[in-house]
Design a protein around this ligand. Structure first.
Ligand SMILES: [Zn+2]
Length: 109
């Protein structure tokens, strides 16, 4: 098991608009919900199949949020990803742990 890719704990704070992941290697990643939604890897948000599985781009967190988001549910997908169900019903984004870790705004400044 790669500890960098194992999420021990995930918390969503709607008021703060953040999702926090505590990884098994003791690193903590804090993601703005707006950026996380911009980084949604589903085919619809990525803009077609050709754009899927692009490398994570932490620059999404530097954009000014245009609205507030709610996360209704987090679903573990096997042991490689989590699916985010958003308050507006969008649920086709499967965020691989690898992708989330690459996206980490803390590590990528
Ligand atoms: Zn999407």
């Amino acid at each position: 098991m790669d500890k960098r890719l194992y999420a021990k704990e995930i918390t969503v704070e709607t008021e703060a608009q953040t999702l926090t992941i505590n990884w098994a290697d003791e690193h903590t990643s804090v993601y703005g919900l707006d950026g996380l939604r911009r980084a949604c890897p589903c085919v619809e948000c990525a803009g077609g199949h050709a754009h899927m599985n692009q490398p994570a781009d932490p620059a999404v967190f530097k954009e000014k949020p245009t609205r507030t988001w709610q996360v209704t549910q987090l679903i573990e997908v096997g042991n490689y990803a989590m699916q985010i169900v958003w308050g507006d019903g969008h649920d086709s984004g499967i965020y691989r742990w690898e992708y989330l870790r690459q996206l980490c705004p803390v590590e990528n400044g």
